[in-house]
Design a protein around this ligand. Structure first.
Ligand code: NAD
Length: 287
């Protein structure tokens, strides 16, 4: 039995981040430092960790980052006002509002308030539409990271059958569109799909983005397939794990991503890439 090749998201991230740092330094030398504004509302512990990691990654790679911590009681109006100020701020090229938001705030309204040309998460309807019509400006960071992993390992996509499990606006749907853009035949499975294994067994590429531990097991995978695990769950011991049963899948698949160390580091890396490219576009346009 041959074991799957482990896709090393940390190593791929490191290479991409070095490239970001070089390009950020070149832009800074021309007087434009790429700037990311991160807004954190409330004191959710997991969100605070994500935000801290994003800010740290910016600082380590020559990007400017501004963190706004707003209380959980902030009104929707005040949050929208803050976003409008950042939309007008020429030092800021990317704006990220950490989700989830408190229940009294309409997250759709907040996402649409971010200027489309600073929406580095790629969640704004204008950016979702641009991706849909094949002219993406910002690709959502997690699915974009998955595409970069496939590219880094020379895993062919064009003409292949890809199965995406999950249909959220932030992962599943844009993932399906990016794979489609790259020439794959794409099947999207979700909570109402009756026989998940029937689809995954026929796939050359499986992307699991659900949030359910051990959802994908070795018997559901075609020998030699690439299995990409986006899920983030906890084991009984409290450690991080994905949606894929790594031990059984690694005996069947050709490639598999570990959790942690697979897709996770790529999400922040592509956030840096999107912010840098936004700054490059602004500098080119003389903004
Ligand atoms: P979500 O809850 O919005 O969507 C989950 C999707 O899974 C839904 O579309 C649902 O239809 C589908 N689903 C639920 N049960 C299913 C089942 N039994 N079979 C098939 N499909 C099923 O979640 P999300 O925001 O898309 O995130 C998905 C997972 O990816 C979560 O674990 C999340 O933590 C993780 N995530 C990781 C990163 C990263 O950087 N690694 C980034 C974003 C999300």
């Amino acid at each position: 039995m041959t074991e799957a090749k482990i896709i090393d998201g940390i190593a791929v991230s490191k290479r991409l981040r070095e490239e970001v740092a070089t390009r950020a330094a070149a832009l800074t030398a021309k007087g434009v430092t790429p700037g990311l504004a991160v807004i954190l509302v409330g004191d959710d512990a997991a969100s605070a960790v994500y935000v801290r990691n994003k800010v740290k990654a910016c600082e380590q790679h020559g990007l400017f980052s501004a963190l706004d911590r707003l209380p959980a009681t902030v009104t929707e109006g005040d949050l929208l006002k803050r976003i409008r100020q950042l939309n007008e701020d020429p030092k800021i090229h990317g704006i990220l509002v950490q989700l989830p938001l408190p229940r009294h705030i309409d997250s759709h309204k907040v996402i649409e308030a971010v200027a489309a040309e600073k929406d580095v998460d790629g969640f704004h309807v204008a950016n979702a539409g641009a991706l849909m019509t094949g002219r993406p400006q910002f690709r959502p960071c997690t699915p974009y990271g998955v595409m970069k992993l496939l590219e880094a390992y020379d895993i062919p996509v064009s003409g292949k059958h890809a199965v995406v499990i999950g249909r959220s606006n932030i992962v599943g749907k844009p993932m399906a569109l990016l794979l489609l853009e790259a020439g794959a035949t794409v099947t999207v499975c979700h909570s109402k799909t009756p026989d998940l294994a029937h689809h995954t067994k026929a796939a050359d590429i499986v992307v699991a983005a659900v949030g359910k531990r051990n959802l994908v097991t070795g018997d559901m995978v075609k020998p030699g397939a690439a299995v990409i695990d986006v899920g983030m769950n906890k084991t009984d011991e409290g450690t991080l794990c994905g949606d894929v049963d790594f031990e059984s899948v690694r005996n069947v698949a050709g490639y598999v991503t570990p959790v942690p160390g697979g897709v996770g580091p790529m999400t922040i890396t592509l956030l840096l890439v999107n912010t840098l490219e936004s700054a490059e576009r602004a500098a080119h346009a003389g903004v």
